[in-house]
Design a protein around this ligand. Structure first.
Ligand code: AMP
Length: 214
């Protein structure tokens, strides 16, 4: 199964993707996570990406396409793979289609987590992210067992730079301007499945599984 998770920042793509991949043994490909790792490592890609990410802008298509291409040239994803936060533009969607085709593969489903701006802003404003492993929590909806400490690895929890109010507003605008077109693109391909991202995380998860026929 090859799946894309689509939706605005704050839709819960990462939360749902981590759980589904863990329970079903699916390879998780999050471009946001890969880019944050690159920034942390100070690599060439990280240096190119950092200023875009901090302001809430999209990193140029060629940079993210290259990152995904590298991952697809490695093995382990062929059976089942979930793309989280990629594609974000129609150009990326076309590139993904070509890359998968060259590996004899294709997308099966695109899950669109339809989420209202109010819910997205509330989620991003209260999100806590582990500096070490990248796991996400929420100050009210999904608090860690110990304040400020990651349940998964014991790392320190912090607010992502791009979850600060100035960046959040920009990310939502960028989503509307650059990513919303993807919905029509995937409707036309007959791949889009809509799930309300406004529900509580467990309810969204049940609906995502249903939409995937699991
Ligand atoms: P995310 O963790 O998916 O919210 O991504 C965090 C940031 O990484 C985004 O605001 C973008 O700056 C960048 N990013 C992640 N995925 C992509 C992508 N597919 N295309 C362009 N920029 C991306």
């Amino acid at each position: 199964m090859k799946v894309v998770f689509l939706g605005p920042p704050g839709a819960g793509k990462g939360t749902q993707a981590v759980r589904l991949c863990r329970e079903e043994g699916i390879t998780h490909m999050s471009t946001g996570e890969m880019l944050r790792e690159a920034v942390k490592a100070g690599s060439e890609v990280g240096l190119k990406a950092k200023s875009y990410m901090d302001s809430g802008a999209l990193v140029p298509d060629e940079v993210v396409i290259e990152i995904i291409e590298e991952k697809l040239n490695q093995t382990g994803w062929e059976e089942s793979c979930l793309f989280d936060g990629f594609p974000r533009t129609v150009a990326q969607a076309r590139a993904l289609e070509e890359m998968l085709k060259s590996h004899g593969s294709a997308l099966d489903h695109v899950i669109y987590l339809e989420t209202s701006p109010e819910v997205a802003v509330e989620r991003l404003g209260g999100r806590l992210t582990c500096r070490n492993c990248g796991a996400n929590f929420h100050i009210r909806n999904m608090p860690p067992r110990r304040a400020g400490v990651c349940d998964e690895c014991g790392g320190e929890l912090c607010q992502r730079d791009d979850d600060r109010p100035e960046s959040v507003q920009n990310r939502l605008k960028v989503y509307e301007a650059q990513t919303a077109d993807l919905i029509n693109y995937y409707v036309k391909k007959g791949l889009l499945r809509r799930v309300s991202g406004d529900l509580q995380a467990d309810q969204v998860y049940t609906k995502v599984r249903e939409a995937l026929g699991l």
